[in-house]
Every structure is written in C-alpha cells, then in structure tokens.
Design a protein around this ligand. Sequence first.
Ligand SMILES: *[C@@H]1O[C@H](CO)[C@@H](O)[C@H](O)[C@H]1NC(C)=O
Ligand SMILES: *[C@@H]1O[C@H](CO)[C@@H](O)[C@H](O)[C@H]1NC(C)=O
Ligand SMILES: *[C@@H]1O[C@H](CO)[C@@H](O)[C@H](O)[C@H]1NC(C)=O
Length: 376
Amino acid sequence: MYSSDLFTLLLSASLATALPAPAAAPNQNQFPINDGFPNPNNDQLQKIFRGAHGTLPNTPIPKFHADTFKSLQLIATNELAEVSLYQICLLKLKNGTFGPENFVNEEHRQFVIATFDAFYQQEEVHTLIGQGGLQANGQPEVQPSQYQLKTDTYQDCLTTANILGDNVLGTSQGVINQAIAAGDSGLAAQLDSLIAQEGQQSGFLRSEMLVNGKHSRIPGAMPAYTASTREFLFALLEQNFIKPGTDKNNINLPVYFPLSVQNKNIDPVDQTLNYQVNLNPKTGNNYKFISKVNWDSKDLYLAYISGQNKPFFEPIKNVKMNSKRLILTFDADFPADTNIINGFAVGALTSGNNSTTAQEVTSNTVAGPATIELTN
Ligand SMILES: *[C@@H]1O[C@H](CO)[C@@H](O)[C@H](O)[C@H]1NC(C)=O
Ligand SMILES: *[C@@H]1O[C@H](CO)[C@@H](O)[C@H](O)[C@H]1NC(C)=O
Ligand SMILES: *[C@@H]1O[C@H](CO)[C@@H](O)[C@H](O)[C@H]1NC(C)=O
C-alpha cells in the first residue's frame, strides 16, 4: 500500500520490525592496526612511506577556511574506510583465504598482493594528509569508526573497493569546487594529486573484476568521470560502510534516506531500473532524517548524473510503499544507450526536475545516492 503518511510511519518506526542487516558479513579490523596507523611514530611513518612508494607532502600546510574543514573531515572519514578495506583484503590475500582459483598463477597472486600492499599504505598517506590539514588548523582529527565492508571473496574486495573508489573519484570534483569557492585553492592541487592515484586504483580494480565470469570492465571507464558531491560520498559511507552508531565524529554533512538500485549486472542499454528507498535506516552516525517528505508527490524524480553532463531526470513509476518494512520501491527508466552512459553513474531521488549541476541535485535530494555500476 502506497501511503503518503510517512511522517506518522517514522514516528512509529521503533515499533516496526527490524530491516534485514546489510548483505555484508561484518568484517573489520581494529585501529590502530599493526603498523601504528592512524597514529604511527616516526619509524612507523617511514615504513608507511616506503610501503606507499612516497611521502606525505613536505610543504607547509596552509591555513584553511571553515568550509574546508568539512572536506578534510570527509576525506579522512573516507580514507579510513579505504585503509580498513584494503588492509583486510591484503591479510586475506596473504593468508590464503582467497584460494588459487582466483588467480591466473602464483605470479599473478603475488602481483595482486604487492598492489594491495601499496594501496593500503597509499590510503594511509591520504588519510594523514586529511588529518594533518585538520590538526594544523586546530581542528580535531577524525576518529576511526567500525566498518562493515564486504570482503568474503577476492571479487567482493574488488567490488567494494570499486564502489567506494568510484564515488570518491566523483566527489573529489565537488570537494575541489568547494575548496576554490572557500578560498582554499591550494587544496585543489593536492586533491587532484590524490585523485590521480585513486584513478590508478580504479583501473586496476576494474581490470581484475569479473562480470558473469568475464573481464568486461576495461580499465578506462569513461572519458570524463561522473560527478558527485561531498554530501553524496558522506551519505554513502554512513548508509553502507560504517557500522551503525560507531561514527562519533559529528561531521556537519547531511545523510539522506538510502537509495539502492535492485538490478544486478546492468548493461549499458536503455532499460527500466528498479529502486528501493529504506525509510528506517541505521546509519554510522545516528543522523536524524528529514521526516516530512511527501512520497506521494508527483514532484519526485530520479536524477541521473553521468560524466560531466547536465543531470537529467526520469519520472518514477510503480511506486509502492511497504508500510510494515518501511521500504519504498519504484521504477525509473535508465536510457543508458541513448545517453552513452558506461561504467558508473549516480542516481538520486529528488524533488523537482530542474537541477542543472550535481550540487543542485544534491540540494534537492530526498534519497540517495544510488551507485549505478554498469557491466562495462
Ligand atoms: C586470514 O585473515 C583474515 C583477516 O584478518 C581472518 O579473518 C581469517 O581468519 C584469516 N584466515 C586464516 C586461515 O588465517
Ligand atoms: C519536469 O517537471 C514538470 C513539472 O514541474 C513537468 O511538467 C515536466 O514534464 C517534467 N519533465 C520531465 C522530463 O519529467
Ligand atoms: C526549480 O523549480 C522550483 C519549483 O519547483 C523553483 O522554486 C526553482 O527556482 C527552480 N529552479 C530553477 C534553477 O529553475
């Protein structure tokens, strides 16, 4: 039954039956990890630099404006999750959790181990850049949370890292825009340098991924990467990857109702996708959700962002509310072939259909972001 009376539903949310836990079997490591991170001493730091194949920038850290603190907090939040992910996967690679059937031969396995070893330490350096910027500006560092990252198989490691990485690659554009707007263009160049490295990760992950048993994801996903925003990356982390209630950092960025695309193996063809909004989410930081959304509204649209194009909008249809489980489902067309959408796109349920940038889409978002990973 499709109910417009969501406000009442939310007020009685505590009576509702619990939603199924996220698909991921919780899998996490303890911070500090055995290399001293996130607070390595000098010797440990030198080891991290060697493992990361490079140092922290040794230039002075500028004074940043207040808005940029949010960006640094977001970067640290995200990078801590990425360290956790790559480190768990590295341990599993090394100790044989992922059997030889995952690799062409032992040489390939050793190459993958060397790659993850560098990736996790590069992510550690990225985290320390964010934390160093906060510290030098008299701001508290971001404390690690607990994470729920799906790493049961080697392919899970690649998939989870790819979802995080794609959203980071998109979000960096928003962060750079905000830094320039705040008067901190110095951060823009440094961010760009981190993102170049994350782009290298993405190419590797995509090359190793199997879709329907095939390597169908070529390393270069698209000519101009899909845009996203700080708010979307933060929401994604809190909705999916941080264990409920374990993020105590009180970062001043919003979290929206989680929106997920239900289709698997999405080919780059014109099609209709099925979406789900979780109206009773448990999030990393116990964020309070906006409660007054008129889900009946004819004014709700699915916004798509791909590449550096103007967002476009599709009406939502077959809207159904499961009042018991507090799940809203609907369909929306996804004209991937018509619009030449490949690799990775961002979806969001927005009020209205006239936003012209990713940031405007974000301002009008009621649920999102949906990470749309295509098969190519
Ligand atoms: C391998 O490492 C993972 C991650 O630390 C751990 O959960 C698992 O129990 C280890 N397996 C073996 C066989 O040591
Ligand atoms: C955009 O919204 C207006 C109403 O505000 C509607 O008339 C129009 O059909 C919508 N366009 C699309 C592409 O859905
Ligand atoms: C978009 O439409 C809303 C009303 O639906 C209006 O308030 C807003 O000014 C419009 N924005 C633009 C950029 O046209």
